[in-house]
Ligand binder design. Structure first.
Ligand SMILES: Cc1ncc(COP(=O)(O)O)c(C=O)c1O
Length: 448
């Protein structure tokens, strides 16, 4: 088996003979995967083995420019030397202790997240969806009146979420996720969720009353196709939540921690949420999520009411502290803003050349290219040409490159993408996709 090059020259892609994602049919790892894994993903027939910076290598040694970043996880790319150093150091000290004791990193990490977010207290989890479920539990606790007997349905129990949202795969998270294919097969789900038309203030007002305990928003919808919540909608959600004694929860799992060029996407608005949920890049690829809350929310919980075995372990928290320090030390928010602007400028030029590009959306290094035709063949063609991107909601090519991306790599990406756009056989989106999963454009007009 060919091994991957140890070092790559940044900004240059290995010349690959087109088009060859080598289908490693005789690779026993693929056979094992086919035979023994639950069939939950349609995976490409490649085995990815390692990465360096913004590049990933497969088992044949083929090099890919990674503009997907493990779906927003690998904000520092791969094998960042400071991250590798911390993981090596802490793995030799203590990978896991227990939340029955303090460890050296949980408190300082919570402190730093409080400073970044402007919120007060933190609970660490293993994943985004676990953090979402915890946030929903906190909202129910916060809303429960002292005279309401535990075990009965309280007067304030409803969750308002948005059409086209995605919040994860556990029961709480699917209950507030609008996409029916993620939710309906598992019914009955957690009761009380209702969906509001995206950025539609009138619909929000109509559905908000004193029975609502929380409104949950992705500040920028990720899985749904990179749609930012409008300022008018955010402000109204904040006002209504305050007026009805409900919580405003920001799901910043995909768009938070620097992805938009700010610490958190909601920081472009003046009003703050009561709860912020984060995960993905927090521990630079190790599993770690968190629920950040105000002091008022924190006051409703006491020992024993919630917990986790793995969340907040020393290895993951030490790595997360290092991640946040690297973002500061390497001035990565600035890089996200500058490279993001270059990327969108280049994409606008491509949009002028290819009439099937309908819209470029997003902020910082969270970008969606909406097509009028099926996007999945472009993902396959991109892979063949050594480029990793993804397609969400049938039409939208999603770009989530690492924060360390260079100007040369943005140019390289644009050159490759142009080739991909020109070479890919064009297929219409299925009529089912065109009508069902894609959000109505009218409701998104104000978000542009
Ligand atoms: C906005 C958002 N919320 C929640 C989740 C769920 O996070 P996890 O996959 O870590 O459970 C995701 C994952 O893609 C997400 O993008």
């Amino acid at each position: 088996m060919k091994t991957s090059p140890k070092r790559s020259s940044p900004g240059r892609l290995a010349k690959t003979k087109k088009p060859a994602i080598r289908k490693a049919k005789h690779d026993t790892r693929l056979q094992d995967a086919g035979q023994y894994l639950l069939p939950t993903y349609k995976r490409q027939p490649v085995v990815m083995t390692n990465g360096r910076g913004a590049y990933v290598f497969d088992s044949t040694g083929k090099k890919y420019l990674d503009f997907l970043g493990g779906i927003a996880v690998n904000a520092l790319g791969h094998a960042h030397p400071r991250i590798v150093k911390v993981i090596r150091r802490e793995a030799g000290r203590a990978i896991h202790l227990s939340n029955l004791y303090h460890n050296a990193f949980q408190g300082p990490l919570a402190h730093k997240l409080a400073v970044w977010s402007g919120l007060d207290r933190v609970f660490f989890t293993n994943s985004g969806t676990e953090a979402i479920d915890g946030a929903l539990k906190l909202a129910r606790l916060y809303a429960r009146k002292p005279q309401e007997v535990p075990g009965t349905t309280p007067t304030k129990y409803r969750f308002l979420a948005l059409d086209n949202c995605f919040h994860g795969r556990t029961f709480g998270a699917i209950s507030i996720t609008s996409t029916e294919k993620y939710r309906l097969p598992f019914a009955p789900v957690v009761p009380g969720a209702e969906f509001v038309h995206f950025n539609d203030v009138t619909d929000l007002e109509a559905k908000f009353d004193d029975t609502v305990c929380a409104v949950i928003l992705e500040t920028v919808q990720g899985e749904g196709g990179i749609y930012p919540v409008s300022e008018a909608f955010w402000n109204r959600a904040r006002q209504l939540a305050t007026q009805h004694g409900a919580l405003l929860i920001a799901d910043e799992i995909q768009c938070g921690l620097g992805r938009t060029g700010r610490h958190f996407a909601y920081q472009k608005f003046s009003a703050k949420p009561d709860i912020v949920v984060i995960a993905k890049p927090l521990a630079a690829g190790l599993p770690l999520g968190a629920i950040l809350v105000t002091e008022a929310v924190a006051a409703c919980i006491s020992p024993g009411m919630h917990g986790t075995t793995f969340g907040g372990g020393p290895l993951t928290c030490a790595t997360a502290l290092e991640f946040l320090s690297i973002v500061e030390d390497e001035k990565l928010l600035e890089n996200v803003r500058e490279r993001g602007a270059e990327l969108r400028e280049g994409l606008a030029k491509l949009a002028a050349k290819f009439d099937f590009i309908r819209e470029i959306r997003g902020e910082g290094l969270m970008v969606g290219i909406e097509l009028s035709i099926d996007g999945s063949p472009f993902v396959v063609e991109a892979m063949q040409r050594g480029l990793l991107i993804n397609c969400t909601h049938d039409y939208t090519l999603r770009l989530l490159p690492p924060f360390i991306i260079t100007r040369a790599q943005v140019r390289e990406f644009l050159r490759l993408l142009e080739q991909v756009l020109a070479a890919t056989p064009k297929q219409s989106a299925s009529s089912e996709a065109a009508t069902s999963s894609h959000p109505p454009r009218a409701t998104h007009a104000s978000a542009r």
